[in-house]
Every structure is written in C-alpha cells, then in structure tokens.
Design a protein around this ligand. Structure first.
Ligand code: HEC
Ligand code: HEC
Length: 245
C-alpha cells in the first residue's frame, strides 16, 4: 500500500470515529469508561473464590471451617475456600465434588446467578459462612458477590460431567496456548516445576483449569482471559487436555 493511500485511510477512519462519538454523545473520558468495566472486578472475585487468603490482607483462616461437611475429607484452611465447599463447577455436591477426595455434601451456588449482590454479601456474612469484615474488605465482598451473581460460567455447556470431555477445538486451542500460555508453562505444560504437569491438571480437573484460565491464578502474574470470547478459553482447555501428563 502506498503511503498516500494509508494516510487517506487513517484520516477517514479518524473522521468516522469522531462522527460516531459525536452522534452518540459519547466521550472518551476515563471515568465513563472505567465505570462500565466489570471484567476485572469479576476476575478479582473469581480469584477470591479460589485461594482468597493469598490475596487478601485481612485475617487468615484458622482451623477447619465450622460449616465444612462432616463427611468431607479435607481439614484446615483449605476448607475456607469457596471452591472447597461449592466446587470449581459451582455445583457443589451436584457436580464434580459429588464424589472423591473433595466430596463436599454442600449445595452449589448456581442458584445464586443473577442474585442481588447485596443479598450475596449478606449470605457471606451469615451464620453459615461467618465471613466478617475481619476477613474481607468492602471491595472484596463486592467482588465476590459480583462474581457469584454475574461471573459464573455454566460449565455443563462446555464440559461433560460424566466423561470430562470438552466441547472445544483443540487445534485452535493449540495456537492460543502456544502464544499465550507456553511462555510460562512451556509448550509441553511442564516448565513450571512446582506444579504438576498442566496436561495432568487439565485432564484431572477441567473445571478448575477453565476457572483459572478465565480468572487467573491468585498472587501470580498469570493472565485472565475472561474478557475474551469464552471459546478461546474452552479451546485452550481442549488443547491442554492433550498435553503430556
Ligand atoms: C465450609 C463450607 C463453605 C464455604 C467455605 C463457603 N460456603 Fe457458601 N454455603 C455453604 C453452605 C452449607 C450453604 C448452604 C446454606 C443453606 O442452604 O442454608 C452455602 C450457600 C451459599 C450461597 C447461597 C446459594 C443459594 O443457592 O442460595 C452462596 C451464594 C454462597 N454460599 C457463596 C459462597 C462464597 C462466595 C464463598 C467463599 C467466599 C462460600 N460460599 C464459602 C458452605 C460454604
Ligand atoms: C506469566 C506467566 C504465566 C502465564 C502466561 C500463564 N500462567 Fe498459568 N500459572 C502461572 C504460575 C506461576 C502458576 C502457579 C504455579 C504454582 O502454583 O506453583 C500458574 C498456574 C496455573 C494453573 C493452576 C495450576 C495449579 O496447580 O493450581 C493452571 C490451570 C494454569 N496456570 C493454566 C494456564 C493457562 C491455560 C494459561 C494460558 C491461558 C496460563 N496458565 C498462562 C504462570 C502463568
């Protein structure tokens, strides 16, 4: 393309943009934009749903949570993680944690999709949960509540509960994985040596892998892909499941 043509294109595109903003009365003021940006709050909420005490500055959990099921096999601070009682698929005893070493016996949070976030906060502060302001700041409560109300993904749409098969395109996922994840995890998923091979994690727990792909890993520089179309994360998951164990 000639320089001249480029200039014309850039100019007319700039014109169109200005016209569009003029028409809608929109401005590019940062405050107007950031008020609408909920993805990063949902991601923060999703990380709090995971290992919240790695990224909060309040009180740390002590002992086993009083509402942890009597039949559960875990103990100690792990039982204070939302995911330990409600599952990575948010379905508690009706999902993947219905059996096995993480059996919770507790219902999921799918019923709270769309719930008024203020109501979710009051649930978190209730007798059952007893998460007071000693544990979470108001912003952290808000992010958790927003995640519960608006951030849950219906994982049954992408992962078959019985077979763990994923409805994704692994060849598309390979390109996403090699360009976004492999830098840290290696093309074989084994580069980070203080965690099991990514292939093993993805095959064993596709729900956890999808949750972490969408929301990132608490207290690590790992990106969160939530703001991209969900197919990207599902395709990456399908590919990660083909990596060596
Ligand atoms: C130790 C186990 C345990 C942990 C940890 C836990 N919950 Fe719960 N949660 C429960 C139980 C039990 C119920 C059901 C209470 C009832 O039905 O009376 C519940 C119910 C809920 C509900 C209501 C679901 C509905 O359908 O009405 C929401 C929302 C919720 N929990 C969110 C969370 C979040 C967010 C976290 C993490 C900050 C969390 N929970 C951590 C045990 C737990
Ligand atoms: C900037 C580096 C970085 C990038 C990029 C990155 N990760 Fe991670 N990831 C990490 C680190 C660090 C951990 C934590 C390892 C540990 O727990 O020891 C982690 C943990 C994980 C875990 C959880 C492992 C566990 O045992 O809890 C999954 C799943 C995961 N990453 C998937 C991905 C996927 C999929 C991508 C690409 C979309 C990705 N990561 C991109 C650094 C990265």
């Amino acid at each position: 393309m000639t320089k001249c043509l480029q200039k014309i294109l850039v100019r007319s595109f700039g014109c169109l943009l200005a016209a569009a903003f003029a028409m809608t009365g929109m401005s590019l003021a940062p405050s107007a934009v950031s008020a609408q940006e909920v993805q990063s709050k949902l991601v923060f909420g999703g990380q709090l749903y995971d290992k919240w005490y790695k990224i909060t500055s309040g009180k740390l959990p002590k002992g086993t949570h009083k509402s942890y099921g009597k039949k559960g096999k875990k103990s100690g601070k792990a039982t204070w993680r939302c995911k330990e009682c409600h599952g990575w698929d948010y379905k508690g005893k009706d999902g993947a944690y219905g059996k096995g070493s993480h059996f919770s016996g507790i219902k999921g949070i799918r019923g709270a999709v769309g719930m008024d976030p203020a109501k979710v906060v009051s649930i978190l502060k209730d007798e059952t949960h007893a998460f007071s302001e000693k544990y979470f700041s108001p912003d952290e409560f808000d992010a958790l509540a927003l995640f519960v109300s608006k951030g849950q993904v219906d994982m049954d749409k992408y992962i078959y509960l019985a077979t763990k098969k994923v409805k994704g395109d692994s060849s598309r996922g390979m390109a996403f994985y090699n360009t976004v994840c492999a830098n840290c995890h290696g093309k074989d998923g084994k580069k980070i040596d203080d965690m099991p091979a990514l292939g093993k994690i993805a095959q064993g727990n596709p729900w956890e892998t999808l949750h972490k792909t969408l929301n990132g890993q608490p207290d690590e520089k790992m990106p969160a892909l939530r703001a991209f179309p969900i197919d990207v994360s599902v395709d990456i998951l399908a590919y990660a499941m083909t990596l060596p164990r």
